[in-house]
Design a protein around this ligand. Sequence first.
Ligand code: ZN
Length: 420
Amino acid sequence: MSEIIIPVGSFQGMKSQNKSAILNVVRQHGLISRAEIAKLTKLTPPTVTNLVGELIDTKLVVETDLGESTGGRKPILLSINSTAFHVVGVYAGPKKVKAVAATLDGQVITQVEAKYVDNPTGDQFLKALEEVIRQVIKETNTKKGSILGIGVGMHGLVDSEQGISIFAPHLNLRDIPIKAYLKEQFDLPVEVENDIRAQAIGESWFGLGKDIPNFILFRVGTGVGAGIIIDHQLYRGTSYTAGEIGHTTIDINGPKCSCGNYGCLETLVGGTALARRAQQAIRFGKKSILEEMVHGNLELIDGKILFSAAKQNDQVAMDVLEDTGRYLGIGIANLINTLNPSLIILSGGVFGAADFIMSSLSLTVEKRALAKPAQAVSIVISKLGENAIAIGAFTLLLKKIFTPTGLVDGISETINNKFV
Ligand SMILES: [Zn+2]
């Protein structure tokens, strides 16, 4: 099957854009009549009938008769045939890769995870991605042709237009052609985006950012970064680095960062930073149950051990987490003052210890952000769970399918070629 790329603006292109507009209206409303679609899309009723007919033929849309009758016969309503198709979302993290398959309404149905070999080459990395995708497609056990595409959330610097990982610092790999490789292997549309920015898109469709025009996803993991949504669109910046809040200076005398700078936010709130501060406190003579928990080997202290010590009211652990909340609060106040969002969504393992972090975080934001934007913002913790980035990755595909500007990559044609 070859993909036909329809030029935007051509008659065929217009038709596809209109189809996508209809799909999006159906998706947003759950159940909707043809007449309402015509009203909302401003397309003529015959055009709607015609295009809906095509969408029903492709099995993307189905008819139901659940409409409320107003005396006459029950109106026939349309809905997305969510379970007839699937999308694959991949999180290519610093240490492991995870693939999930989901229905068109974002329900994850299968997932597969694997670790990379030590210090993988570019080829080994691509093979690892290919393997988990093959496995998840196999386990999804669907008819041939039900997979509409693959989205990849890749850590590090990503050129999302070309689908290339420009630099993956934790794997020390450069210029990996993820999109080209996966397209060749699977003959499906592929989208690639930075992991945190992919999650921001996921939050804007399935998470707490749904229908919110201006929000920021703030993620703390091995790295620290933000995905910025402005007017419902992801803001990538001139060279795909917008949102690198982890590399803004918080303490000019702070520790050296992987980026070469000193005192970056990432050096103060990442897992290793927390462990280092706990070790220092103990070496300076503070009493802590952490020592017992790691049998005297302070090098073994990590985020998880720290949280469990804090839960047992260990003062050193609680202090470390409280300081972390303060540093995060400074980073977040900077974002609030710069971008004036209405919502900040926090995500990442450290917020499992939210009870010990949030009060100092909120207090710092209150103190350091300007009053007006601080009053306008809510700060919440993501509910997308452990698959958040993979969910964001397949949302890249769903966006292409369901939004009128997203059709140039051949997805609607993929559907059409399979069913028409
Ligand atoms: Zn840095």
